[in-house]
Ligand binder design. Structure first.
Ligand SMILES: *Cc1c(COP(=O)(O)O)cnc(C)c1O
Length: 374
């Protein structure tokens, strides 16, 4: 599914030297390495500011806090994402309000968000939080338009989307703020937990910078309750070695996706109404970075078992939509509330995808899938 070792062998010397540099400096939390990474990520994402923090989850929380999310407000998001997209909302004290996904891209559907905003359940909305799922940006033109119409900031969950773009605008530069994750499986990955929040607003950046450090504008003075959400220097140093490669790695992922597309179609596995697999829709405005290559599959669970038996990795992102998670039972949702998200949860399967994947490995995956359906 993902072999991180192949990336490591090529960068080993540089990464060990970067870690040694931090050890020699004996500066471990925030400091010059983190500041340098913040500048690099701001430049890479075309944002004015970047604030390093301890994870993508923390980045979402910081971005939401900067919009004033809290008890008595709500934030609209997708029910089909990793838990943190919604748990970060709940952790501010705000209520997650879900809107269904687009059946083609599986991203939050702007039309459904507009619908939610017209009903009473979202009269207290303070932000819209689309997720750039699997590395393809959500429809940001529409979300920004709806946000403007209702005076709501748009927060991008860009955890899966570093290097992605929408109409040529980089993920992380379009919303009021955006959250990135550098969890080891992400397209740009640290050697532990790490995250970053980007914004074009200097006030927001300053606020988030305080919140990640106990709400402290200067040592031992705390104007506002924050938390320890700091980024450490070793992670920043590792990320600085890797960042210059992200573009080429994303291109390799796109090539692999093209290879899957061609081989699956040639095998008759995709393309017709009767075909057992359906590839996700790609918006013409989107520069997709294929954090995951996902198909909707007939007999998904049996196919996955067939692949596992042949020692081929695959994953289900995500088997339970957020509105049906036990931790959100208090929101009072039932099966049937978001049919597209529920259907996606039953059908999606992510196939092996990482930059160092080999063409013959992709061919082997496709052959095994063909074997299952024949
Ligand atoms: C990974 C991920 C997060 C959380 O990032 P962490 O660094 O694991 O906290 C949030 N949202 C999405 C969509 C993710 O994929």
């Amino acid at each position: 599914m993902l072999d991180l070792r192949r990336q490591y062998v090529g960068l080993r010397e540089e990464i060990l030297a970067a870690i040694a540099r931090v050890c020699d400096s004996q500066t471990f939390i925030l400091g010059p390495e983190v500041e340098a990474l913040e500048r690099d990520i701001a430049a890479f994402t075309g944002s004015a500011h970047a604030v390093g923090c301890s994870s993508g989850t923390e980045a979402l929380w910081l971005a939401l806090m900067s919009t004033g999310a809290g008890v008595g407000s709500s934030v609209i998001t997708t029910p089909f994402s990793f838990l943190a997209s919604a748990s970060s909302i709940a952790r501010t004290g705000a209520r997650p309000v879900f809107a269904d996904i687009h059946p083609g891209t599986l991203n939050l559907d702007p039309a459904k968000v507009a619908e939610v905003l017209t009903v009473n359940s979202a009269h207290d909305a303070c932000a819209i939080l689309p997720v750039h799922l699997y590395g393809q940006c959500a429809n940001m033109d529409e979300f920004l338009r709806i946000g403007k119409e209702h005076s709501l900031p748009v927060i991008e969950d860009a955890a899966q989307a570093i290097g992605a773009a929408w109409s040529g605008r980089p993920a992380g530069s379009m919303g009021a703020a955006a959250a990135f994750s550098f969890y080891p499986t992400k397209n740009l990955s640290a050697y532990g937990d790490a995250g970053m929040v980007t914004t074009n607003s200097p006030e927001r950046a300053e606020h988030m910078g305080r919140l990640r450090n106990h709400g402290s504008p200067r040592r031992y003075y705390h104007d506002e309750l924050g938390w320890n959400g700091r980024l450490d220097a070793i992670q920043a140093a590792v990320l600085r070695v890797k960042l210059p490669h992200v573009q080429e790695w994303n291109e390799a992922r796109r090539r692999h996706a093209g290879c899957y597309d061609r081989l699956l179609a040639a095998a008759g596995l995709t393309g017709g109404k009767a075909a057992p697999l359906r590839i996700l829709e790609r918006a013409p405005q989107a520069t997709h970075i294929f954090h995951q290559y996902v198909v909707c599959a007939r007999d998904r669970d049996a196919l996955r078992q067939h692949l596992t038996d042949r020692k081929i990795g695959s994953e289900v992102y995500y088997p339970v939509p957020l509105h049906l998670q036990a931790c959100f039972a208090y929101l009072g949702h039932r099966e049937g509330d978001f049919p597209e998200a529920e259907r996606a949860a039953k059908e999606v399967l992510a196939l092996p995808m990482f930059p160092e994947l080999r063409d013959e490995e992709i061919a082997r995956v496709v052959a095994a899938i063909g074997d299952f359906y024949s």
